[in-house]
Design a protein around this ligand. Structure first.
Ligand SMILES: Nc1nc2c(ncn2[C@@H]2O[C@H](COP(=O)(O)OP(=O)(O)O)[C@@H](O)[C@H]2O)c(=O)[nH]1
Ligand SMILES: [Mg+2]
Length: 277
């Protein structure tokens, strides 16, 4: 069973708890290839459901059908959902529209009380490597302007005024993954979300091969030249090593190298758009 909760996650959790108090909306970035595995129920409980926006990031790397199923699933649970390809900055308009939609009732209340409507304050959170920095840069773009500290409540915080009416906390929150079972640990490892000292690459590679065998045998046949995809996963991985010339001196398959290779190719999306959920 994969266990991963390094010391800096304790600090990260504390920081998120503090920062939640400063914002109107929390944008939770999830990897579109395995959004459920990236969620954190503990964090979600700390925030009003209607103040959360779930963003399926890296949508360009996900299987389209699987991603729309995940979207529907989240919507049925009552969440607002958007999809993003932050690497190419696609999808930000919907995120901003949802932000305004969530804020509208609050803004109206301020108006009714005769107060000035201040910009909506937003924070981005997500597990490691999900694309928080990329997403932030995409939203902020060139127009980004740093806003100084807010008197009183938000000492020491930097805000990015990304639109006339939207302010983004400029450091995203590092969300700690909650690993509940073996499958989830393997998905998070495959997505490069948990530190590599927490798992054996070979085991994660076998999990990936199993998935390819069941759902994408063509990738095994065509990309990796595996002739018989009905073999046990260990043999398939060894066959990939052979077809890629990853052999040790005695001609044995180099399992470390081939494991690293398939993980890398999956993570980069070079196998195609393959989801885990
Ligand atoms: N294909 C793709 N890659 C992305 C996307 N968003 C981020 N990335 C890549 O994912 C990696 C991690 O991104 P980063 O923003 O550093 O993640 P952070 O750790 O959450 O801040 C980087 O190599 C990014 O280029 C996306 O929407 N699509
Ligand atoms: Mg980052």
């Amino acid at each position: 069973m994969i266990q991963w909760f390094p010391g800096h996650m304790v600090k990260a959790r504390r920081e998120i708890e503090e920062n939640i108090k400063l914002v109107d909306i929390v944008i939770v970035l999830l990897d579109a290839r395995a959004p459920m595995a990236c969620r954190n129920p503990e964090l979600e409980k700390m925030i009003r459901q209607k103040s959360l926006i779930m963003v399926l990031n890296k949508i360009d790397l996900a299987d389209a059908q699987a991603a729309s199923r995940s979207k529907e699933h989240l919507k049925k649970q009552g969440y607002l959902v958007a999809a993003m390809d932050s690497a190419h900055c696609r999808g930000s308009k919907r995120v901003l529209d949802l932000t305004k939609q969530v804020y509208a009732p609050l803004a109206e209340m301020m108006l009714r009380k005769g107060r000035r409507v201040r910009p909506v304050r937003v924070m981005v959170v997500g597990v490691p490597n999900v694309g928080k920095s990329t997403f932030l840069n995409c939203l902020a773009g060139r127009k980004m302007a740093r806003v100084g500290e807010k008197p009183g409540v938000t000492r020491g915080k930097q805000w990015l005024r990304i639109r006339e009416d939207i302010e983004l906390l400029d450091t995203p929150g590092l969300m700690w993954p909650k690993i509940e079972d073996e499958k989830q640990g393997l998905k998070l490892a495959l997505l490069n979300i948990i530190g590599e000292n927490a798992y054996q690459e070979y085991n994660v590679a076998l999990y990936l091969v199993e998935l390819l065998k069941e759902r994408h045998p063509d990738v095994l046949r065509e990309r990796y030249r595996v002739q018989n995809v009905d073999l046990p996963v260990e043999d398939i991985l060894a066959a990939i090593a052979a077809s890629r010339g990853l052999l040790q001196k005695g001609g044995q398959p180099d399992l470390d190298k081939v494991s690293r290779l398939v993980l890398q190719e999956y993570r980069r999306g070079t196998m195609g758009s393959i989801s885990l959920e």
